[in-house]
Ligand binder design. Structure first.
Ligand SMILES: [Zn+2]
Length: 498
């Protein structure tokens, strides 16, 4: 009896040991992992900085009712009417007739001026319209000196601290057939670029009724096909006059949702932004090679802002960021701005059709060539205009992006960041944003209050990209500013920074 009892006791004990050693941990292992603990980076030894892109995920911008209203008022019928009117001038080649009221670029210029004037009537005197005329000397695609006229409407900002901050949205109203210097051929230019011109005019019509802190310039230019001549003149004058252009959008070939590849995609617009600034100096290039930043130019931050804002207010649309200044080997009216140090991006349809660009209107082997209105998708163009308008309205309602943002020291386990105070009276504070170095967009943010410096504890700038944005009391956010390094300062006893 006693030996049986001991035997059973032994078996029971063995079973318990087995249970504890093998079975329970195995069962635990099959449980779903516990939710990640909200670890604040830099909380002493328990912090796990490599996990910190999992916390503080950035949120959608606050909903601004005025922006939603602007988006809803953009009308595809107005855009269609504008495009058909522009096409009716036969040709808008920059070298075509300036004085014929019915045919040529002069007729288009005068019609656009009159339409902007109509839009301005709803602005309570805040929108002014101007013909900016200049003589273009002889050039590669300009056989003799030619008068060019930019037609622009300026909607003045209403906040004194922001009224000199300018956002420019542009389309080119000139067109071409196969030869850029053929002034006589039919060049309907329904897509390139009546589409962009019509989007700009529709934005002016809708937005003239609303007021914004900062100033918006709605611009239509000639001479794009002749070598970006109208936009170059405006950008050069702006630079000479120290105009504070914080962002420029060009809309060029935003007309069709059907590509030459047969793909119909009415829900995507490409936004091209350069990574390395066109005006980077050799000294800046040296710094960039040392600290990175080839994916963080002001234009790239602008593209991220447009993606976040445009998709928020126009959920039918996807903003496809393209990490290039423009299409492969090609150019547009944002370039003269980039070359002068202004942030600028290009909007273009997702898939182009080269049968309908820069082609004499003709049928060849059963294929219709030419840039005709029948290939435009007016509903699509209206959606691209909405993405533009939402982004512009958000930019002009928000504070300026923070200025003079720097990393004050080089070697630290933490990342201190400094910036200048914004001057707007309605500033609420700032947010630090960050992302893993391989991420395309800012993934995380932290509100840090109305301060002009902040330290991200336990997070090394070796391992993340950081930025700063300003937020006003209504929740309007600026684009992100990317910090630059200050000259290295090293205590005498610190290790060599290599
Ligand atoms: Zn074009």
């Amino acid at each position: 009896m006693r030996s049986t009892q001991i035997n059973w006791t032994f078996r029971l004990l063995s079973f318990c040991v087995l249970l504890i050693v093998f079975i329970v941990p195995a069962a635990w292992a099959q449980q779903p992992p516990a939710p990640a603990k909200a670890v604040t980076p830099g909380q002493g030894k328990s912090s796990r900085p490599r996990r910190s892109t999992a916390i503080g995920k950035t949120t959608a911008p606050a909903r601004n009712a005025q922006i939603a209203k602007i988006v809803s008022e953009i009308d595809a019928h107005n855009i269609e009417n504008t495009i058909r009117k522009l096409v009716s001038f036969g040709s808008r080649n920059t070298l075509s007739d300036q004085n014929d009221p019915n045919r040529g670029i002069g007729a288009a210029r005068d019609w656009l001026y009159a339409e902007f004037m109509k839009a301005a009537q709803q602005s309570g005197g805040r929108m002014t319209v101007e013909k900016q005329t200049f003589e273009q000397p002889k050039a590669a695609r300009v056989p003799q000196p030619t008068m060019l006229t930019n037609v622009l409407a300026t909607l003045k900002g209403t906040q004194p601290e922001s009224a000199n901050r300018v956002y420019v949205v542009s389309g080119h109203y000139d067109s071409m057939c196969t030869s850029p210097t053929d002034a006589k051929c039919d060049a309907p230019g329904a897509n390139d670029d009546a589409s962009g011109t019509a989007a700009v005019l529709e934005m002016a019509r809708v937005m003239a009724k609303y007021s914004f802190d900062a100033t918006i310039v709605f611009m239509t230019v000639p001479g794009e096909e002749q070598g970006l001549l109208g936009s170059t003149h405006f950008a050069e004058e702006a630079k000479k006059g120290n105009m504070d252009i914080e962002a420029m959008f060009t809309n060029d070939i935003i007309g069709s949702s059907l590509g030459g590849n047969g793909v119909r995609d009415p829900h995507t617009v490409r936004v091209f932004s350069e990574g390395v600034p066109s005006n980077e100096t050799p000294a800046e290039a040296t710094t960039r090679r040392s600290v990175g930043g080839e994916n963080d130019s002001p234009s790239r931050q602008l593209a991220r802002f447009i993606k976040e804002t445009g998709e928020h207010y126009v959920p039918a649309m996807k903003v496809l960021m393209i990490y290039r200044r423009d299409r492969y080997g090609r150019g547009g009216d944002h370039q003269p701005f980039l070359e002068r140090g202004y942030a600028a991006v290009r909007f273009t349809e997702p898939n182009e059709d080269y049968h309908h660009q820069h082609q004499n209107v003709r049928i060849e082997n059963g294929i219709q060539y030419g840039d005709l209105p029948q290939f435009d998708d007016f509903v699509y163009i209206a959606n691209v205009a909405r993405v533009n308008a939402a982004s512009l309205a958000a930019l002009a309602s928000a504070p300026a992006r923070p200025k003079n943002v720097t990393f004050p020291n080089s070697l630290s386990d933490d990342t201190p960041i400094k910036w200048d105070d914004n001057k707007e009276p309605d500033i609420a504070g700032y947010e630090i944003v960050w992302r893993d170095t391989t991420e395309a967009i800012w993934t995380n943010s932290r509100a840090v209050g109305n301060v002009n410096s902040y330290t991200m504890k336990g997070m090394s700038k070796d391992n993340y990209f950081f930025g700063v944005r300003a937020v006003d009391k209504e929740g309007n956010r600026s684009p992100v500013s990317y910090p630059r390094p200050l000259a290295r300062t090293r205590p005498a006893n610190s290790p060599t920074p290599n």
